[in-house]
Design a protein around this ligand. Structure first.
Ligand SMILES: Cc1cc2nc3c(=O)[nH]c(=O)nc-3n(C[C@H](O)[C@H](O)[C@H](O)COP(=O)(O)OP(=O)(O)OC[C@H]3O[C@@H](n4cnc5c(N)ncnc54)[C@H](O)[C@@H]3O)c2cc1C
Length: 402
């Protein structure tokens, strides 16, 4: 058989993975969701993910298609596809590093200056610098464009005051992608600026938030007089909504791509419990298996287009809604299989099933709620009448605020 460069790359990749990376099932039979570690494991999880990101980068498997002048490996999109295929089943996920890179890298490549790309992309894709997303505020989540954190220009620097919330991994972050209000007289979408913001400075206080089940995935960030040089504006002053939308669209696609291997674990659980031959269980297993495969196909198509700099061929809201629905079906099935043991935590499988049960909530809120994504689809894909917007055409400063 003739060996072409794709075959060679596949052989090299599979040999490297076998040598360097653990298999998922060997490491963790009922592994918890990659992006939200179980309680008490957050710090170690972050360090493990950072080390893994660096290992992948050093071997040429992170930043594969990023141009070499920005610290990438200058490879072809098919290399990334082959890596994804070969890496299925290996512990290659890098948690929030994967998320923030998927959101930030395309925005930097598209809207960044040469200097910004050369300064930030190499350490972003290698994981050496940790980033977080500073978008949501107590009064601006679904209505993100209503954000109130203000930045005023003082010479060459913005001076910033405000509060952000629900910021994943902000307690570890060196840098943040930050949205601020720079022109309160403009309409709400028009006076926003996108900053590449240094988190390690006076005037930035990061307070970890503990979730109901004890895990600490988020923080809230208080900014009181912190500064950001104008050279760190991504895009143009007052025109940050464009790059912000790009980040949100990539976020939805990324969440869809994090479809995980829950169906395999559900099949294993059914087998271990001796229930894999029951017709109703088999039907439910097939449903979650097929939906997971469809999700992978959809998110693969979106990723391929994004890597080529094209618009996603499938509306990212479809994928975001699909993954949230899958998580509900998977959580229900895990509980169905375990019965009472699913809620009385007695072993690793039950603990995993409990986390899967809880996972339906963050997945249907983070990256935009299900309701908001349905609105997006209604308006943008189906052409239905637009939602009523009482603040249309009003300067941001005159919009009544709660
Ligand atoms: C796991 C996770 C990770 C996150 N990570 C980050 C992060 O790193 N950085 C960051 O900045 N933010 C992050 N967030 C915050 C997230 O973006 C917001 O929680 C989300 O946008 C919803 O905003 P909200 O919580 O203010 O809810 P609200 O906007 O107050 O919504 C409350 C309810 O009203 C509904 N609603 C609101 N508007 C409409 C409408 N027009 N039509 C119909 N229903 C509507 C919503 O669907 C929801 O049910 C994260 C959230 C989660 C759960």
């Amino acid at each position: 058989m003739e060996i072409n460069s794709e075959d060679e790359y596949r052989l090299e990749t599979s040999a490297w993975l076998a040598e360097n990376i653990d298999l998922i099932e060997e490491k963790q039979p009922f592994s918890t969701l990659h992006w939200m570690p179980s309680r008490g494991r957050e710090n170690q999880h972050h360090l493990d993910c950072q080390q893994r990101q660096k290992k992948l980068y050093d071997a040429g498997y992170a930043g594969v298609t990023v141009p070499t002048e920005y610290g990438g490996h200058g490879g072809e999109p098919w290399m990334q596809r082959i890596f994804r295929e070969e890496a299925a089943g290996y512990q290659v996920h890098t948690g929030f590093f994967n998320s923030i890179i998927s959101m930030t890298l395309p925005a930097l490549l598209k809207h960044g200056t040469e200097e910004q790309k050369k300064t930030h992309i190499p350490s972003l894709i290698s994981g050496e610098v940790s980033w977080c997303q500073l978008f949501s505020e107590p009064g601006a989540g679904s209505d993100l464009a209503g954000l109130a954190t203000r930045a005023e220009l003082d010479g060459e620097e913005f001076v910033i005051h405000g509060q952000k919330v629900w910021n994943s991994a902000a307690m570890y972050a060196d840098m943040g992608i930050l949205l601020v209000r720079t022109n309160p007289d403009a309409h709400k979408h028009e006076g926003i600026t996108f900053l590449l913001f240094d988190m390690k400075q006076r005037g930035v206080e990061v307070r970890p938030l503990i979730q109901a089940h004890g895990a600490g995935h988020f923080a809230e960030v208080f900014i009181d007089g912190a500064k950001c040089h104008v050279s760190n504006v991504l895009g143009e002053v007052d025109k940050g909504w464009g790059p912000a939308r790009a980040v949100m669209s990539n976020e939805s696609a990324m969440i869809g791509g994090a479809s995980g291997d829950n169906p395999q674990q559900l099949i294993q659980l059914a087998q271990e419990l001796g229930k894999a031959d029951e017709p109703v269980i088999r039907q439910k297993l097939v449903a979650v298996y097929v939906r997971n495969k469809l999700l992978k196909i959809m998110s693969g198509k979106i990723s391929a287009a994004v890597r080529k700099g094209m618009s996603p061929p499938i509306h990212p809201s479809i994928v975001k809604l699909y993954v949230a629905h899958n998580r509900r079906l998977e959580g229900d099935l895990a509980q169905w299989l375990l019965g009472a043991a699913g809620v009385v935590v007695t072993n690793k499988a039950s603990e995993w099933a409990m986390e899967l049960l809880h996972a339906r909530y963050p997945i249907s809120i983070g990256g935009g709620t299900d309701e908001v994504h349905r609105n997006n689809l209604g308006e943008q894909a189906l052409g239905l009448p637009r939602d009523i917007r009482v603040d249309r055409g009003i300067p941001w400063k005159d919009i009544p605020k709660g």
